[in-house]
Design a binder for this molecule. Structure first.
Ligand code: ZN
Length: 328
């Protein structure tokens, strides 16, 4: 028998406890949206939620020991279905949604409920959302739907109004280090990852296990520092180096965009989770940054993505981007 355990969810204690209380009171939502930054554990919590729904021990759910919990842990539960992505934008095809609707009408195999997970629903088309609307509006008593997305704004208001939306937050840097230590990464590497991505465990793991992610994070940190100094020469040098490989360039620009976003929110009141990879570079960039300039920088980066999608050469794209960023 497999010994795989239910995933240990780090942090987000209040969210987990709220959901456990709902389960004890028999008031679990039939449609749940978990929203938060990429890498903060939404899919892990979706799996934990499936076990919470299906666990045979209502009082201590998810117990992690019963047959249902074990099957969820092994990704082998016949009543848990995860919708598969399709298409360029990572959405769900209308056919996939229809299949899930058909499945949702079928009685559970092992227990009282069936759980349907739509991971990373950010790219879900309006057609696919509309196709799902009826099932979410009037779900069969034995079905529940879980969505994960970056923000609530990606879903249609009609769909959203039928869901319980819950935010998932990154953990503290200390909790993140502890979770990474349990995965046996070396101390020094963990310190470097947490310095880059704070309490975002998913991003830290990507940084620790994927050399290309590490390179892009280092590139994006250097780029945002050059941007803060309006050092056009350095900006072009770094962008041209990243342009040697389109995937590297795309990842780097995504992180640079996140750095611009972090710099923009640092000018606001309130405590927003960081999305980028270098807090101090974002702080330098935020000095004197107006919302209009931040929007222009974001627009320039989005334009570069559009050019790359349209097969404009990477070198031409970064040359135009460099000028646009410096003029922003
Ligand atoms: Zn259980």
């Amino acid at each position: 028998m497999s010994t795989q355990k239910l995933p240990a969810v780090c942090g987000n204690a209040q969210l987990l406890s709220e959901l456990q209380i709902m389960r004890r009171q028999n008031h679990l939502p039939h449609a749940l949206l978990l929203h938060g930054a990429q890498g903060c554990g939404k899919k892990l919590i979706a799996k934990w939620f499936a076990a919470l729904v299906l666990c045979e021990d209502a009082e201590h759910a998810p117990c992690g020991c019963c047959k249902n919990c074990r099957l969820v842990a092994e990704d082998a539960h016949p009543d848990v279905m995860t919708a598969e992505h399709s298409g360029k934008r990572g959405g769900f095809s209308v056919e996939t949604v229809r299949e899930i609707r058909r499945e949702a009408a079928v009685l559970p195999n092992n227990g009282d409920m069936r759980v349907f997970i739509f991971p990373d629903a950010d790219g879900m088309s309006i057609q696919a959302q509309n196709a799902l609307l009826k099932s979410v509006e009037e779900p069969p008593a034995h079905s529940c739907f879980v969505f994960t997305a970056g923000t609530v704004g990606v879903l249609l208001p009609t769909l959203l109004s039928r869901m319980t939306a819950k935010a998932v937050f990154p953990v503290t840097p200390g909790e993140c280090s502890e979770a990474l230590l349990k995965r046996d990464y070396p101390d020094a590497d963990i310190r470097a990852a947490v310095a880059r991505f704070g309490g975002n465990i998913g991003k830290c793991i990507a940084y620790l296990s994927d050399e290309s992610v590490r390179q892009s994070a280092d590139d994006a940190a250097a780029l945002s520092a050059a941007l803060a100094e309006r050092n056009e020469y350095e900006l072009l040098r770094l962008l041209t180096a990243a342009a040697s490989d389109k995937e590297r360039l795309t990842r780097t620009l995504e992180l640079l965009d996140a750095q611009v976003r972090d710099a923009a929110v640092l000018t606001l009141e309130g405590d927003f989770p960081r999305l980028g990879c270098d807090r101090s570079a974002a702080e330098t960039l935020s000095a004197g940054l107006t919302p209009r300039r931040a929007m222009r920088m974001h627009g320039a980066i989005q334009e570069a993505f559009a050019d790359l999608d349209g097969n404009v050469s990477a070198v031409l794209t970064v040359t135009a981007l460099c000028t646009a960023l410096c003029d922003a």
